[in-house]
Write a protein that binds this ligand. Structure first.
Ligand SMILES: Nc1ncnc2c1ncn2[C@@H]1O[C@H](COP(=O)(O)OP(=O)(O)OP(=O)(O)O)[C@@H](O)[C@H]1O
Ligand SMILES: [Mg+2]
Length: 207
């Protein structure tokens, strides 16, 4: 029996994470691979409540933000991700810990060592098998998110330099973990982006 895989989708605002997650769901379902779809922050009742705080609460400091993200993640890992993988189900998550390095580390300027401590403490060796980093110039992602509509959340209201730092931090993560994190040029048409994603998924499946 093949081992269940843990896949995460990362990238800045509006690069296409949620859109491509649907593509991955279709890919897995058509190959009869059992999976669950989840997201961060969120994925559990407590996590979704924390998500609302993170996206809406005014006056939240960077440290409080980081701790809330990891509080949600602790619930998510223990109650959803580990049990699913143990039961043989693949897990596909819209964002995971690389987003903490990008947003709270890069964007907010928090010490990556603090993030690393929380990562080890909460995840206890659990890491994604594959991370698809959708990368596009900040203006492209923001324009797409804007076109999609809906009210802007606390992050979407940030200044452009914040998103530039987020993007940079994501790319640095990918340089550090080239085996796990695959950078995909998400500025291209969706069909090209998804051809790349399929290629990475093909490589992940045992032959
Ligand atoms: N490669 C692409 N080319 C053109 N439009 C795209 C592409 N990928 C996604 N889009 C469109 O851009 C918008 C944002 O995509 P999506 O919601 O998937 O991004 P996201 O990364 O999940 O955003 P957020 O960070 O806000 O959750 C959607 O309207 C989607 O249809
Ligand atoms: Mg999304």
């Amino acid at each position: 029996m093949s081992e269940a895989k843990f896949i995460t989708l990362e990238g800045g605002e509006g690069v296409g994470k949620t859109t491509n997650l649907q593509f991955i769901e279709h890919y897995l379902a058509s190959r009869k691979i059992e999976f669950i779809r989840t997201r961060e922050p969120g994925g559990t009742p407590a996590g979704e409540a924390i998500r609302n705080l993170l996206l809406g609460l005014e006056g939240l400091g960077p440290e409080a933000e980081l701790l809330l993200v990891f509080a949600a993640r602790a619930q998510h890992v223990d109650q959803v991700i580990r049990p699913a993988l143990a039961a043989g189900s693949w897990v596909v998550s819209d964002r995971f810990t690389d987003a903490s390095y990008a947003y709270q580390g890069g964007g907010r300027g928090l010490d990556p060592a603090a993030i690393g401590f929380l990562e080890n403490w909460v995840q206890k060796g659990l890491h994604p098998d594959l991370t698809l980093l959708l990368d596009a110039p900040v203006e492209i992602g923001l324009a797409r998110a804007k076109r999609r509509g809906g009210p802007a959340d606390r992050f979407e209201l940030e200044v452009p330099v914040f998103f530039t730092k987020v993007r940079q931090a994501y790319l640095e993560r990918a340089e550090c973990y080239p085996e796990r994190i695959k950078v995909i040029d998400a500025a291209r048409p969706l069909a090209e982006v998804q051809a790349d994603i399929a290629r990475h998924l093909d490589a992940l499946r045992p032959s």
